[in-house]
Design a protein around this ligand. Structure first.
Ligand code: MOS
Length: 672
């Protein structure tokens, strides 16, 4: 497989999808023309808690086909996901929850009618404020993705008391929102009693199953088409209300119906990264040997569905210590349901762990890089060393406020990174075509990461043919079922199935081969392997205004085989830039009185722009992990956001002497 990398850099592969995307030919969910298409517009709840008694509409409103609400909507089957029980109950669980759907022949008419609707609501007192001392906190059975809430080894309390040096610090990470360029969108059409969904998601077969279930259909009778996706970051990992609403409206109106969420609705309807309050206690010997870590986290979920942002999980595998405790508590509030956002758990958890470790280094008078090297496993240590060299880490003087240029204080920071290497069961089919080409079919979704490109490379390599001979078919639930494009596992999972099918085709001289990885994957996941990384940041902070600029941001990774340097670099940098947003800009502000996100658009929810990114780079130790899976890859989609915010915040401290313990590092927090 060594030839793969050199082939990947060349132009031919880019021709697979690049021009279609930049010319507008690539079709996204709402881009499929339909005869008699109708448009659905959500009427959101104006209160965070209460009861919807009635919906009063103007029966003569022009162009309106239907106004659906729980008083008239068809009854749905129950689902594992209560968020999919749309328009089924009079209970209001959060502000912004869809209470009605207006369906009209034009988008404008639907929107206008939705604005004129009168809702009779009995509002109730609400509670949307996360606090660590909230009396309703409980210990969940499991936390995301499906791991124990609490773990413990040794005697943490005794070890902390005995430690000559210790820190006890609390970090808070605010609620954050995924903002993929393409909003959540569905066109639904019933062909008889079969359902067709053009839907923007990360898992076509999963959507078919989940949406089918609420309509009492098996997954085979739901056809999900997901040719291209303009980003998801986890928010499209499972079916969202837009898909069910569109299908419901299409059923009632007997027309295809499109439901595209406006940006504002995405803040409530499709999930957020739950805020966390995290207490970190770390004990060490005077020489910097870590003796104890206690990581406790408090977070929120909705009253509809328990999702627990698993921030302390990252501490379980990062630094081996004899005394280790991790714990999660969650409180249900009158808020929208939190969901996956890139590196759910790891991203906020690593902020607390790696910033607390930096605070410990300060207490010890130690270089923060040396402290980490002492505790790191070989993979992490290799990233730290190689990264420090490339970045030009100077550890001699790691005290704050050592360098000033004009109005700017300059500082540098480091943080480790980790993300579990997993694969999920998938099936692929490979077919020899008459023209010496091969068709590779798997129901994977390309979120814009380059899935087609990488799968074509893998198949070409296995079959010993040029990539131009590979026809990739993905993005369709009727293809062999693939796992979710999530958990940094897409290439490993789908590539494994494709590899298996190609090998079968070749070794048995067949025209068609199908390969299912279910059994193999189960064995592999018991290996508990991780990708590792190290992030380095240089910031300058304006001494007058408190403005933070990231002059340099560098990531070094040990993620197994890198299948395609160009697409991998995009993943790493994208994660790091999202980490920059987390450290400096992003913050979903929930108004306690109104119970809603007040900055629910891109004018007020600040994500990094090109101007915020000055110098950024990523590199990797190309160490294929062939014992893990035939792809040798550990996954790269999320590790860039794990630790990069901490590296920036540690650099902010180095520049200014101020520890930012409640994110983001806004200028007002840095002014004295
Ligand atoms: Mo990602 S949060 O695993 O889609």
């Amino acid at each position: 497989m060594t030839a793969m990398v050199s082939r990947a850099v060349g132009a031919p592969i880019a021709r697979l999808e690049g021009p279609a995307k930049v010319s507008g030919a690539a079709r996204y969910a709402a881009d499929y023309p339909q005869d008699h298409l109708a448009y659905g517009w959500i009427v959101p709840s104006p209160v965070p808690r209460g009861r919807l008694d009635a919906v009063l509409t103007d029966p003569a409103a022009a162009d309106v086909l239907a106004v659906l609400w729980h008083g008239n909507a068809p009854q749905l089957q129950s689902s594992d996901d209560p968020e999919l029980a749309v328009l089924q109950s009079d209970r209001i669980a959060y502000r912004g929850q869809p209470l009605a759907l207006v369906v009209a022949t034009t988008l404008e008419a639907a929107r206008r009618a939705a604005q004129l609707i009168r809702l009779d609501i009995t509002a109730e007192e609400h509670d949307v404020e996360l606090r660590a001392d909230h009396p309703d906190h409980y210990r969940p059975e499991k936390v995301n993705p499906d791991v124990p809430a609490d773990t413990g080894e040794g005697d943490v309390e005794a070890a902390l008391v005995a430690a000559p040096v210790a820190v006890d610090v609390t970090y808070t990470v605010p609620a954050l929102h995924n903002n993929p360029m393409e909003p959540h969108a569905t066109i639904a059409r019933w062909d008889g009693d079969e359902l067709v969904l053009y839907d923007s998601n990360q898992h076509p077969s999963g959507i078919a199953e989940a949406v089918g279930a609420v309509f009492g259909l098996t997954a085979e009778r739901v056809h999900v088409i997901t040719e291209h996706v303009g980003g998801g970051f986890g928010s499209k990992g499972t079916a969202r209300p837009n898909a069910v609403l569109a299908a419901l409206a299409a059923w009632v109106t007997e027309r295809p119906v499109q439901v595209v969420l406006p940006r504002q609705a995405m803040f409530s309807v499709v999930g957020h990264r739950a805020p966390t309050v995290q207490r970190l206690r770390i004990g060490a010997e005077a020489d910097g040997t870590l003796t104890a870590i206690d990581h406790q986290t408090w977070t929120q979920t909705s009253r509809l569905f328990e999702f627990v942002e698993s921030a302390a999980v990252v501490t379980r595998d990062m630094y081996p210590v004899p005394n280790l405790r991790t714990a999660h508590r969650v409180v249900p509030l009158d808020v929208p349901t939190p969901r996956w956002m890139r590196a759910p758990g790891e991203a906020p958890g690593m902020v607390a762990l790696e910033c607390a470790l930096d605070e410990l280094a300060t207490e010890l008078g130690a270089d923060p890089l040396d402290l980490r090297l002492r505790a790191a496993d070989p993979g992490l240590a290799a990233c730290l060393r190689a990264g420090a060299e490339r970045f030009g880490w100077s550890g001699r003087d790691h005290r704050p406020r050592q360098r000033r240029e004009g109005d700017w204080w300059i500082g540098t920071g480091v943080a480790g990174a980790t993300y579990p290497a997993t694969a999920m069961p998938s099936t692929a089919r490979v077919r020899a075509l008459a023209d010496d080409n091969f068709e590779v079919a798997i129901g994977a979704a390309d979120l814009g990461t380059g899935a087609r490109t990488v799968l074509a490379q893998i198949a070409a390599d296995e079959l010993g043919v040029p990539v131009e001979a590979i026809r990739i078919r993905i993005g369709d639930s009727t293809l062999p079922a693939a796992s979710v494009a999530g958990g940094s596992s897409g290439s490993a999972s789908w590539g494994w199935a494709v590899t298996g099918a190609c090998r079968l085709l070749k070794s048995e001289h067949r025209d068609e081969a199908v390969f299912d990885t279910t059994d193999l994957v189960e064995r592999q996941n018991r290996k508990d392997r991780h990708a590792r990384g190290a992030h380095f940041a240089e910031v300058r902070v304006d001494a007058v205004t408190g403005e933070v600029r990231v002059s340099r941001l560098f990531g070094m990774y040990d993620a197994g085989r890198i299948l395609n340097p160009r697409t991998a670099r995009g993943q790493f940098l994208g994660g790091m830039i999202m980490g920059m947003g987390m450290a400096l800009h992003e913050e979903s502000v929930l108004d306690p009185a109104a119970g809603t996100w007040v900055n629910h658009d891109l004018a007020e929810y600040h994500v990094p722009t090109h101007a915020d990114v000055e110098w950024i780079d990523a590199a990797w130790l190309d160490r294929p992990d062939d014992d893990l899976n035939p792809i040798g890859a550990r996954g790269i989609g999320e590790i860039g956001i794990v630790g990069s915010p901490a590296a920036i915040l540690n650099a902010v401290w180095h520049a200014t002497g101020t520890r930012i313990r409640d994110l983001p590092a806004r200028p007002d927090k840095l002014l004295e």
